[in-house]
Design a protein around this ligand. Structure first.
Ligand SMILES: [Ca+2]
Length: 296
């Protein structure tokens, strides 16, 4: 009898503890989703500063728990994120999950400044990885445009390279275009140029002047994959020259990143009533920057 009573007491203690642990895990998940959603919205707002259509923001929702419903309301510059979970307390439902829609996230184009890409004031940020074979200097007046450029001269007998770096982050599907002007004093053995922004996304383009010291515009385009977007944090430009004595001039290096417009998959825009005071919910307000917990 005593044992049964003790077991009963222990169970009475253990069940609430277990329930509280479950609730704590759900609440932690909701908070994480709301914060991640807000991070995505911040990025979306920065890319579309002139937009006013708050319905576009539903594509930024992060919802890892199918029993948590996250909605976004308010206005473009004064939005709120509301999350409720039906498993923690009772909730009043309003036409749950009946409304779906597709939304289009408009595309953007941004020009990324290549560090010292016009070489007007010098070549800071640019260096040779093979100084015994490649001399890198600044030309105040170059054959290309008459203004500042970078001059690369092969002085050794083995391979040579020069690199410049620009910090940058990408999204999957971004179209990246690099361009630059160059000329060479030799056309018979032109060497090659690698325009790369990561070891997994590298393209070699043969240089193509047809007369010595002819200025040529080089353009190279890549489409960023998911793996590239996750791994790449900088743009790198590398040149190799084949012949001793060969000289290149480079100028006006530019980088353009175009993010295509995207259509979301079906997005739930209605679920459990955002205004409900029943159940557990979290609201983040962009105007106050605060998270408000309801019935927590
Ligand atoms: Ca220049």
């Amino acid at each position: 009898m005593i044992v049964v009573v003790i077991i009963g007491i222990l169970a009475a203690i253990a069940i609430p503890i277990f329930a509280n642990q479950q609730k704590a895990a759900v609440v932690a998940g909701i908070k994480s989703d709301v914060k991640n959603t807000n991070t995505n919205i911040t990025t979306a707002l920065a890319k579309n500063p002139t937009s006013t259509d708050v319905s576009l923001l539903v594509a930024e929702i992060v919802q890892s728990d199918p029993d948590t419903i996250i909605t976004i309301g308010g206005t473009w510059d004064n939005y709120y994120i509301h999350a409720v979970n039906k498993n923690i307390g009772a909730l009043t439902t309003v036409a749950p999950n009946t409304k779906t829609s597709d939304v289009t996230i408009p595309g953007t184009t941004k020009n990324i400044s290549v560090v010292n890409g016009d070489f007007e004031t010098g070549i800071s940020g640019w260096s040779s990885s093979s100084t015994a074979n490649l001399a890198v200097t600044h030309e105040v007046s170059s054959p290309i445009t008459g203004d500042g450029s970078i001059k690369l001269t092969r002085i050794g007998t083995s391979g040579s390279a020069v690199s410049g770096y620009t910090p940058i982050t990408f999204e999957e599907g971004d179209i990246v275009t690099f361009s630059g002007d160059y000329s060479s004093n030799e056309i018979s053995n032109r060497g090659s140029i690698n325009l790369s922004f990561g070891p997994s996304l590298r393209t070699a383009s043969a240089l193509s002047p047809t007369t010595p010291n002819q200025t040529v515009r080089l353009t190279q385009t890549w489409t960023v994959t998911a793996a590239n977007a996750a791994a790449i944090t900088q743009f790198r430009f590398t040149l190799s020259i084949n012949t001793t004595g060969q000289t290149f001039y480079y100028d006006n290096l530019t980088l353009t990143v175009t993010t295509p417009s995207k259509t979301s998959s079906e997005v739930k825009t209605e679920g459990y009533a955002p205004s409900s005071t029943a159940g557990f919910g979290i609201t983040y307000s962009s105007s106050t920057g605060k998270f408000i917990t309801q019935n927590g």
